[in-house]
Design a protein around this ligand. Structure first.
Ligand code: GUN
Ligand code: ZN
Length: 436
């Protein structure tokens, strides 16, 4: 049984858009968080009431303890193409990403890549993720195996793509269906792993493969779904040519039954207005990927338009389209994307979307996303500052929002001291590498 003393911050409700007053925020400065032997949060109590004998205590007064971040859209096989120069989405896929993903056909390479990826996530303060591996069954298997060894909550699935991709990166409908069924039996619900039916995006699946993906979801409503939608204008035009019968890009997915309550659609920048009620009624949500949207020049998502329409939203790194696994860097990019369009993202809306909001969107709120007794102890301990500039900014901050907003804008993985997954410390800066 362990106890950690720090400043505790989490959310109990959805913050109001553009309102820096702290509705929805739970701020418990200088508190103990207790972790039971079952890896769950056992309690929270004020700093002046130390836990009794039997508790191993760590005093981190003056540091910030948050629920581990949830990255709802990231590619485990794209670390090696991060920061590739000079292209928009479709050229980026063909020039950099597809060639790099081919290597994940090799089981040994896939295993090493999965381990490197998950350890990097933990070293950036992300303890749960919704992940695209590659088209290769072994890449999904390797990812689940590595996540299971670390006890991490991972939602993933073999990527479906049977056209418009180079040799070595295409499956076919029958083999893909067999691979999915096998992986679902092996991994869906095992430990903290869950399976997501994973269509890469409409252009790389034939209508027959999209129909097969929809049928998998209908056969087991407990599955998740992940894909990309309406990220880039040339992509949207291509989808219109490939699927002239569909009302919109989103409609390609709606027609085959891919939209459902546990669906994550990355981007959604160029959705049609008529798509919003369809998305809202399905319960699927949009993963806002601002770092990627800026880097690939994809566009500026209108966050409040989605929430006003009742559509859910989480925030995601989309590495390797995004240039950092750090959720603070991603949220800082999110602030800048909204600012470019004259809107203001508070630290509360941003951090909520990366914790409780994401957990709710994935129907995982009874497990992760808050510092609440009974939830799994997926936690990250952060420094408020790591250099003279952010230290001074913290000193002069006048109120809680100012302090947390400055932290969000100025911090990154260098501020992470420790990360725990189900109560086990898997990252410790003192060893400056992830440990398992
Ligand atoms: N659309 C289809 N595949 C991808 C991908 O790997 N990354 C991004 N950002 N968009 C995609
Ligand atoms: Zn992506």
């Amino acid at each position: 049984m362990k106890a950690i003393r720090a400043d505790l911050l989490d959310f109990v409700d959805t913050p109001v858009w553009a309102d820096p007053s702290s509705a929805g925020v739970r701020w418990r400065p200088d508190h103990w968080l207790l972790i039971g032997d079952d890896g769950r949060i056992a309690g929270v109590q004020p700093g002046h009431q130390p836990p009794g004998p039997g508790w191993t205590c760590e005093d981190h007064r003056g540091r910030l303890l948050l629920p581990g971040f949830i990255d709802t859209h990231v590619h485990s096989a794209q670390l090696e193409v991060i920061a590739s120069y000079g292209t928009e989405l479709l050229d980026w896929l063909h020039r950099y990403t597809f060639p790099s993903e081919r290597a994940f056909a090799d089981p040994e390479l896939a295993a090493a890549g999965a381990a490197r990826f998950l350890d990097a996530l933990l070293a950036h303060g992300t303890t749960s993720a919704v992940v695209f591996p590659t088209v290769h069954k072994v890449s999904a298997d390797a990812l689940f195996t590595a996540a299971h060894a670390r006890g991490m909550r991972i939602i993933a699935g073999k990527v479906l793509m049977d056209r418009h991709a180079p040799d070595g990166l295409r499956d076919d409908v029958a083999q893909a269906e067999r691979d999915c069924i096998d992986l679902i039996q092996r991994w869906h619900g095992k430990g903290r792993s869950r399976y997501a039916v994973t269509v890469r995006f409409a252009p790389t699946s034939t209508p027959a493969q999209l129909a097969m993906a929809g049928a998998l979801l209908r056969a087991d409503p407990s599955l998740h779904m992940q894909t990309h939608v309406a990220e880039n204008r040339a992509e949207v035009r291509w989808v219109r040519e490939l699927f002239p019968e569909a009302r919109s890009y989103l409609d390609v997915y709606a027609r085959v039954g891919l939209l459902h309550r546990r669906g994550v659609l990355a981007h959604g920048i160029w959705l049609e207005e008529d798509d919003l009620p369809v998305l809202r009624d399905s319960g699927a949500h949009i993963a806002f990927c601002p770092g990627s949207n800026l880097f690939l020049g994809s566009g500026l998502l209108d966050w409040p338009a989605l929430t006003d329409a009742g559509v859910g939203l989480s925030v995601a790194s989309d590495v390797g389209g995004g240039t950092s696994l750090s959720m603070q860097r991603t949220l800082a990019a999110g602030y800048q994307v909204q600012a470019l369009a004259g809107r203001r993202l508070t630290a509360w809306s941003a951090l909520h979307a990366a914790t409780l909001g994401a957990a709710q969107a994935l129907q995982l709120e009874d497990e992760v996303g808050r510092l609440e007794p009974g939830l799994v102890a997926d936690l990250c301990l952060w420094d408020w500052a790591a250099g003279s500039v952010d230290a001074r900014r913290q000193q002069v901050a006048q109120n809680l929002h100012e302090k947390v907003f400055a932290w969000m804008m100025l911090s990154d993985e260098r501020h992470l001291a420790s990360a725990w997954v189900a109560g086990r410390r898997l990252y410790d800066r003192a060893f400056s590498r992830a440990t398992t």
